[in-house]
Write a protein that binds this ligand. Structure first.
Ligand SMILES: *Cc1c(COP(=O)(O)O)cnc(C)c1O
Length: 398
């Protein structure tokens, strides 16, 4: 079969399973509370991770513009080759201070930060114990290096304990890493971080937490869940992205100075990848200062109040952060519901396998501090109206 024919076959199979994805073109501003598609329809966006509404902030834009004019667009090479730009150093110092740790290292994306950790610290002799709901970047990173991977049921500490016992029996002194997220990206709940810390200490394992959806949202100054629970020093590796609440792009790992030094020697996605534009680093540093300051706090207050309003209206458990999943079940049903909401003027993504387990397709509603009460109410009315018109057994075609 020709390559193209095999591609066609793959696409047909995805289509038949209601799992084919499409890029929907956008005009104007992605990630804002409003977005416009190519047909000119305006939709309210409840899909973005720009939780604090900073992605279009003029101060970030200006910081990037100034840096573009001064330093140009491209950085030319890996930072180990051309030399490290002061904008990257300044951002890393700001991240380390923000997270309350010794040092940080930036990557082009959160995804490549996860790859960086794995390539620097894991190999076939390492054991990784991973929460079942962890993000693809963490799973892919562990697979890439061939680490021995065991998955524990979501937030199940008894299961984790027995896996740690197994790991120590297999590898009494080897590297054992527990990996989890602090706020889970598709369910919006949190990890029991205190229990995790205590368990990993008992077994002499390392703890890696991905705070992608907690930074900017939880903890004092939006520093994340570890900070909120006063556990920063007991977490070995802090991972995050600059593309969500921070509103820019990029990823980071943060922790002890020696860990960061090993990373910059060994993390292949750092060593063999062109440094991100210094202008993005300047925008991210400007954003972090806002996130950590009084204005960030005001934005978090508005965000929390909108999240409470949404959950009250929908009669669901209030989410701890800014992600509210509305579980539908079937893939086609979730797609159908997202389409009806789109026609009603709301962009809410239907999340399907393989992003979530089969049969647990859902709408993933994300709230931003930029949403107004009226906007929240209009969305929840549309969701409730849809529900009252559709029995759960409905399976619209996708
Ligand atoms: C988005 C996300 C990432 C990847 O970050 P990017 O900067 O978008 O590459 C990693 N982990 C989690 C939990 C995420 O949600």
């Amino acid at each position: 079969m020709s390559f193209d024919a095999s591609c066609e076959e793959t696409l047909e199979a995805l289509e038949a399973a209601c799992l084919r994805r499409h890029l929907r073109p956008l005009q104007g501003r992605a990630g804002h509370e409003l977005m416009v598609d190519t047909e000119g329809a305006t939709r309210l966006c409840f899909a973005s991770n720009d939780y604090l509404g900073l992605a279009h902030d003029p101060r970030l834009v200006q910081a990037a513009q100034r840096a573009l004019e001064e330093y140009g667009v491209g950085s030319g090479a890996s930072r180990l080759i051309t030399g490290t730009h002061p904008a990257h150093v300044a951002l890393e110092e700001a991240i380390a201070e923000f997270k309350g740790v010794e040092a940080a290292l930036c990557f082009a994306t959160g995804y490549s930060a996860a790859m960086g950790f794995a390539t620097a610290f894991l190999d076939r002799s390492s054991i990784v114990l991973l929460d079942k709901l962890c993000h693809a970047s963490l799973i892919d990173a562990c697979r890439l290096v061939g680490a021995r991977l065991r998955v524990f049921r979501h937030n199940d500490m008894d299961k984790l304990r027995s896996l740690l016992e197994w790991a120590r029996a297999k590898s009494p002194t080897g590297r054992v890493v527990v990996m989890t997220e602090s706020v889970f990206s598709m369910d919006g709940d949190t990890a029991p971080l205190r229990d995790l810390v205590e368990l990993k200490e008992v077994f002499g394992a390392e703890l890696f937490i991905d705070e992608a959806h907690a930074v900017g949202v939880l903890g004092p100054g939006g520093r994340g869940l570890a900070s909120e629970l006063n556990l920063v020093d007991r977490v070995d590796v802090h991972m995050g992205t600059l593309g969500k609440a921070v509103g820019v792009a990029g990823g980071y790992l943060a922790g002890s100075r020696p860990m960061i030094e090993v990373l910059l020697n060994r993390a292949r996605s750092f060593v063999y990848s062109t440094a991100p534009p210094p202008a993005l680093a300047e925008a991210a540093r400007t954003s972090l200062a806002i996130v950590a300051g009084d204005e960030g706090e005001q934005r978090r207050v508005r965000l929390r109040s909108s999240v409470r309003r949404l959950s009250r209206n929908l009669e669901i458990e209030p989410p701890v952060a800014a992600i509210a999943p509305w579980i539908v079940g079937g893939e086609a049903a979730a797609m159908g519901m997202a389409e009806v909401l789109a026609d009603a003027g709301f962009s809410v993504p239907a999340i399907r396998y393989p992003s979530v387990a089969r049969g647990s397709a859902r709408l993933r509603i994300t709230v931003s501090s930029a949403h107004t009460e009226a906007q929240i109410d209009s969305l929840t009315q549309a969701i409730l109206a849809y529900r009252s018109g559709h029995e759960p057994t409905d399976r619209p075609q996708c």
